[in-house]
Design a protein around this ligand. Structure first.
Ligand SMILES: [Zn+2]
Length: 142
């Protein structure tokens, strides 16, 4: 069985070296869908559930939303993006580093792996960058 919970957060980023408008600093209201799969608990307080929606919410909020919301997302291997992040951090403004360009593809994979490392039985992450564009990473990818 599968359950999905949806979250939203706002972040800024840029794609240094992009050949279009995404090279400029801009923001998105990201929509994040996290799918968790498993069999139903057969007894106890979670009987009939794959996972308690409130437990799912707590993990995703702590591990992803609270860290990325209203943050500048940047590629920590890119010199120019790091220079912006350093400036912001010097002013105590929120940043969040990734190991690659901050595309929806890289972010969806990063979020999947982060949640998996925290023990969540995540099977799919879908990250909407705009109302009509998303990237999806699932347990068969990678
Ligand atoms: Zn963008």
């Amino acid at each position: 069985m599968k359950v999905v919970k949806t979250f939203t957060f706002d972040s800024s980023h840029l794609l240094d070296g992009h050949d279009g408008k995404c090279k400029n600093l801009h923001g998105h209201t990201y929509k994040l869908e996290v799918e968790v799969s498993g069999s139903l608990h057969m007894d106890g307080p979670k009987e009939g559930m794959v996972i308690d929606f409130s437990d799912l919410k707590a993990v995703v909020k702590e591990q992803v939303v609270d860290k990325m919301d209203h943050a500048f997302l940047y590629n920590r291997l890119n010199e120019r993006e790091c220079a912006i992040a350093n400036l912001l951090e010097g002013w105590n403004l929120k940043t969040y580093p990734l190991e690659q360009r901050t595309t929806a593809e890289v972010m969806s994979r990063h979020i999947f792996q982060l949640l998996q490392e925290k023990g969540l039985p995540v099977t799919r992450v879908r990250l909407w960058e705009t109302p009509n564009s998303y990237s999806e990473y699932d347990e068969y990818d990678g």
